[in-house]
Design a protein around this ligand. Structure first.
Ligand code: CS2
Length: 489
């Protein structure tokens, strides 16, 4: 029997069902939103009812939106934990749209004054930003011009910008909340929207209104959410007795920290355990460096060691040693923990999360889009070490392992898992290395992706050396040398 309101076992619902009235538009109807923000919204509505139904907007693929619509917008979150698996149903979406085929409807929903919050999960590459020479990101003018050349925007930032432009007519307040792993994600979203409208030639009074009156709180979001597989569907059917075509697997851990800047109100997310803080920047840095940067290291080193999942890679002692060394010697020295936050306990929990075989998070997922993820993750610890006169051996190892996965030297085969990683800039990166080794090649790749590190000779040299070790002797040897570099320091 297919999942629907009629077939839903009532005890299986998370929190409360949203009312028909919608108050939130979410752009990016993927896995993460459905296992994170939607869950917290269902719990918030249970504690304090309100018009907070969600309009979920998928970018291109109609698959999730269509399946949800067929299931009364319901789906299950399958929590996979070594102690217990459980499936619970989320009931907060009231409409689903597909941006690629319904751009006008999306712009209208954003402009509709009944909607008081727009949330986003666009992934790092969705913000139309390019790393600039100084290391700070600026607008990706090529991508924005291409979008402006279309009759209607095809990018989510374009749709958001046009929706806010239309909304500026009645000047109703709104908060735009990025839920992506992007440094200063609120400020980045604001810059992305304003740059888009500026390049579109929109009147300065409208741009000024948005700059002054739309809030863009910064946030830190955290929950590991793998892709859905047939196994996910089978497990949900077993646990709930209904057929859900679009369940989402997730770990038990979930954390959300936001700046409390919502001019038109928000769900009572604090009742779901969400933290409102004026130290989001500290939470964000902690997350990007301790979880995400280490995730990248585990995935590239793991792929080169022939592993398919994060827990499999974490099972290798050389991977664990490299991660522990990076945390202690490269990340923690540049992190200022939020007041009262117990970093040691948090790190211990990360080790447990990475070893979750029940979740089996895939290396190809984490390793995808490295060119837009690494700039958020590696430069800060690397520059911190270089400023202290030290070589950031493990950040160099991560960069070298990534190069070997996506634009390797000729005759080096990184293996099937690396081949499965999506890398939108793969052709460009390959054209920079020409399949050869050497400092100049490394420098060109670093210049294209992490320009803030390009003048750092000790970093470029270490990456180049480690690419050499990986291709000649393998990843384990390279990791051992990188970790050993610190013990000799
Ligand atoms: C991962 C993240 O995709 C990645 O590179 O590091 O998706 C990670 O699983 C989440 O940020 C966890 O909160």
């Amino acid at each position: 029997m297919r999942l629907s309101r009629a077939s839903l076992p009532i005890s299986a619902r998370i929190g409360a069902a949203a009312p028909e009235a919608t108050g939130i538009v979410h752009l990016g109807l993927g896995q993460f939103h459905r296992a994170h923000q939607a869950v917290d919204t269902a719990l918030a509505i249970a504690a304090e009812p309100g018009d907070w139904g969600i309009v979920g907007v998928a970018h291109r693929s109609p698959a999730i939106a269509r399946a949800m619509a067929e299931q009364d917008h319901l789906y299950a979150v399958l929590q996979l934990d070594p102690a217990e698996d459980r499936a619970d149903v989320v009931d907060v979406h009231r409409e689903t749209l597909v941006a690629a085929t319904q751009p006008e409807a999306v712009i209208n929903r954003i402009a509709d004054p009944r909607h008081r919050v727009v949330t986003l999960t666009l992934t790092e590459k969705g913000y139309l930003r390019m790393p600039g020479a100084s290391g700070a990101a600026g607008p990706d003018r090529g991508a924005i011009s291409a979008d402006l050349a279309c009759a209607q925007p095809r990018t989510m930032i374009g749709l958001l910008a046009r929706g806010l432009e239309r909304r500026a007519h009645d000047q109703s307040p709104i908060a735009v909340v990025s839920c992506d792993n992007v440094s200063s994600n609120g400020a980045t979203t604001r810059a992305a929207v304003l740059d888009y409208l500026d390049l579109a030639g929109v009147k300065s009074s409208v741009i000024e209104h948005i700059a002054q009156h739309v809030s863009f709180p910064n946030t830190m979001v955290d929950r590991i959410v793998p892709a859905t597989s047939d196994l996910t569907r089978a497990r949900v059917e077993h646990l709930l007795g209904v057929d859900d075509r679009v369940p989402v697997p997730a770990e038990r851990f979930s954390m959300w920290v936001l700046e409390d800047s919502f001019p038109a109100g928000r769900p009572a997310w604090e009742s779901a355990g969400v933290v409102f803080s004026d130290q989001v920047d500290r939470f964000e840095e902690l997350k990007l460096l301790l979880l995400n940067a280490m995730h990248s290291l585990i995935s590239y080193a793991g792929a080169l060691a022939g592993c398919a999942t994060i827990p499999e890679a974490w099972g290798h002692e050389f991977v664990r040693e490299a991660v522990i060394t990076a945390i202690n010697r490269e990340c923690l020295p540049v992190i200022t923990a939020p007041s009262g936050f117990d970093v040691e306990t948090h790190v211990g929990r990360l080790y447990e999360r990475w070893s979750n075989t029940a979740l089996g998070d895939s290396i190809a997922r984490v390793g995808s889009d490295g060119s837009s993820k690494l700039p958020q993750r590696l430069p800060r610890p690397a520059l911190g070490a270089l400023d202290r006169g030290e070589v950031p051996h493990v950040m160099a190892l991560t960069t070298a392992a990534w190069i070997c996965c996506v634009c390797p030297p000729d005759r080096f085969r990184p293996g099937a898992i690396a081949d499965q990683m999506d890398e939108p800039r793969r052709a460009e990166l390959l054209s920079l290395t020409h399949g050869r080794l050497g400092s100049d090649r490394t420098r060109s790749v670093v210049a294209a992706v992490m320009p803030g590190l390009v003048d750092q000779e000790p970093f470029i040299d270490r990456v180049t050396e480690l690419v050499g070790v990986i291709t000649a002797d393998g990843i384990e040897q390279a990791a051992t040398e990188a970790t050993g570099g610190w013990s000799q320091a």
